[in-house]
Design a protein around this ligand. Sequence first.
Ligand code: NDP
Length: 309
Amino acid sequence: MHTQLLIVGSGPAGYTAAIYAGRAGLQPTILEGIQPGGQLTITTEVENFPGFPQGVDANELMLNMRQQAERFGAVIRSESVIRTDFSQRPYRLWTDTDTELTADSVIIATGASAKYLGLADEQKYMGQGVSACATCDGFFYRKKVVAVVGGGDTACEEALYLAGLAAKVYMIVRKPFLRASQIMQQRVMDHPSIEILFETNTLGLYGENGVEGAHLIFKKGEQGERTYDLPIDGFFLAIGHRPNSEVFRPWVSVDDAGYIQTEGDTPRTGIAGIYAAGDVADPHYRQAVVAAGSGAKAAIEAEKYLKTL
Ligand code: NDP
């Protein structure tokens, strides 16, 4: 099957690109991937997307974007890309249904996935006290007690953000030191509401109605090992994100963490007609509204490019 414009991914970047491209008469095809609607669908309410003064249910927001894309002619397929060949146009992509697609232009909007510890309790309490996004969910923990897992810059940033809302923030750090930059380390250490629990790992979570605490272990496997329970209302993961760029890496350039590198503040990847938008190309902001904006940019670029063919 051939399409002028193929959009890979169905988060805010992918759908916004589809809305713009659809309105430009390009009839884009979207491959929605294994998590239709993207990362937002694992949160509950979105209160910082402009246009919704009372907030909006995250799934409803994504469904609205989907319908808006379909209204302008986008064709949505429930497939994921497993292999690509961008060596020449038309660009070739293979999906998990053994389908080969060709496209004159491709917008990569596959997002990033937060890393989790891999505990069964993370799944159990997802959206009920477990979150991987303080900016998204911190507001629900005003005056409450929360824990942030991780010792990097993201964890420090999330802890500082949460400290502005919550009564108390614990940082659960597996090493005896933080990995974050000096300035971020200083800020968390100086903050009166943040307490760092070094050499500590999480064994599990507990609670009747959502998270009420974490089972922790201090100095695991060492002398002085101790397990104890820490009462908390929220458990925030900040141990890094993994951009979903693997299948495109043979062709586009990525940074050390795997984020697709684009030219300046454009979504251009360096290959004519191939663009990257949203979190897969954004190690910094990771916000739905920013992703939506970059999806719009990518569609505008694709439209201009397709006119030259
Ligand atoms: P990092 O990889 O820098 O840090 C991840 C943290 O999570 C580390 O403390 C790591 O511990 C910990 N961790 C990883 N896996 C586990 C696990 N299974 N159990 C417990 N702890 C775990 O990721 P970040 O997202 O913090 O940062 C990514 C990049 O983005 C960095 O280069 C960072 O500097 C940059 N960044 C910069 C910001 C800024 O400048 N304002 C803001 C945010 C990010 P350990 O140290 O033991 O490996």
